[in-house]
Design a protein around this ligand. Structure first.
Ligand SMILES: Nc1ncnc2c1ncn2[C@@H]1O[C@H](COP(=O)(O)OP(=O)(O)O)[C@@H](O)[C@H]1O
Ligand SMILES: [Mg+2]
Length: 260
């Protein structure tokens, strides 16, 4: 049964924030602490904190407009939104003092929603371009082993790939750079369920190889099935921090913050 808003009085309303920041004091591989970020005057990321352990997959969820993309962009140190307060740490390095290229060189790779495949370049050239800046990440051989389809299409122009293949190329490009943490913004968007299965399988293999992943998805159920832990955002703040299973088991929580 789904509990609706009006069935819950304020007193009965479950305290979803009970888990918020619970793990903030535990040692973590990748963490953000009290991050506040603005687009100009617009205050969007309003004190976000969470921890991700090495090799873990974290699902960062929330309704449309909750601030998921903005949080990923702030973590990746892009110019917008501007981080005005807070700390971001990766493997003992302070990312909050870095520009985006320095954060990327430190191993934080963002795969944006639009995938950014470069037109006019083949699959292999897209990958080689990602390898230019040292330190070099995965070799082409290792990438083609994980994505045989990209190997078969290495000489094809990247933008002529199918949506699923372009998503694979976008992930492969992140692996070709120095990779410690993969930030994925809506990787399943617009893809057929069978292609989502394939990408999910790949993300599990990447996890087995020790990469830490933060996945933002509107397809929350699929993301929760993949993830170890989940953080839910609402209007730029963390309203839940716990295991993915807890969210799958809690219909009221999902109805309240994910509308599913
Ligand atoms: N470039 C921008 N300038 C101003 N406001 C923005 C910009 N991008 C996003 N926002 C606002 O920030 C809020 C969070 O957006 P976003 O992070 O994209 O949410 P989500 O990814 O969870 O759907 C929204 O209210 C959105 O309108
Ligand atoms: Mg978004």
């Amino acid at each position: 049964m789904v509990v609706t808003e009006d069935q819950l009085t304020t007193r009965e309303r479950p305290d979803f924030s009970r888990h918020a920041n619970q793990a903030a004091t535990a040692p973590a591989y990748f963490s953000c602490w009290d991050v506040h970020a603005y687009y100009g005057e617009s205050y969007i990321v309003q004190g976000v904190s969470f921890n991700v352990h090495e090799g873990e997959i974290l699902a960062l969820l929330g309704r449309n407009g909750a601030g998921k993309t903005s949080t990923l962009r702030a973590l990746a140190r892009l110019a917008d939104p501007e981080v005005k307060r807070g700390e971001i740490w990766l493997d003992h390095k302070p990312l909050h003092d870095m520009a985006s290229h320095e954060a990327a060189a430190s191993g934080l790779q963002l795969v944006p929603e639009d995938r950014r495949i470069i037109a006019g370049l083949t699959v292999e050239e897209n990958l080689q371009l990602a390898q230019i800046a040292p330190p070099i990440g995965w070799s082409l051989e290792r990438i083609y082993e994980l994505f045989p389809r990209l190997g078969e299409r290495r000489r094809q122009e990247g933008v002529t790939l199918s949506g699923g293949e372009q998503q694979m190329l976008a992930i492969a490009r992140a692996l070709a750079r120095n990779i410690k943490v993969l930030l994925l913004d809506e990787p399943y968007e617009g893809l057929a369920p069978v292609i989502v299965d394939e990408i999910e399988k790949t993300l599990n293999i990447i996890k087995e190889q020790g990469i830490t992943t933060v996945i933002v998805e509107q397809n929350a159920i699929r993301a929760l099935m993949l993830a170890d832990r989940a953080v839910i955002l609402d209007t730029g703040t963390v309203v839940f921090d716990g295991t993915a299973q807890e969210v799958l088991d809690d219909e009221a929580l999902r109805a309240e913050y994910l509308a599913i």
